[in-house]
Design a protein around this ligand. Structure first.
Ligand code: ZN
Length: 70
């Protein structure tokens, strides 16, 4: 898993928070559970984008997660 945190978001991103809020997804194509995003990117302190890739069938998709302002 690679994690890219924009410089502007670094001060307010807590790695433990990422772990807590990390979603688990099911592959939209075969239904296999995907526990770890292939790629996570913080667009800003309140919004993260995850790229998921299914190990079973290779299908990939993105999700965007928004957090309420702290
Ligand atoms: Zn799949």
């Amino acid at each position: 898993m690679r994690l890219f945190v924009p410089a502007a978001a670094k001060s307010s991103v807590d790695p433990a928070r990422i772990a807590r809020t990390r979603p688990t997804n099911e592959c939209a194509q075969c239904g296999e559970s995907i526990f770890m995003p292939e790629w996570s990117e913080w667009l800003n302190p309140a919004c993260a984008r995850h790229l998921w890739q299914c190990e079973a069938c290779g299908y990939s998709f993105e999700t965007t997660v928004r957090f309420a302002a702290a």
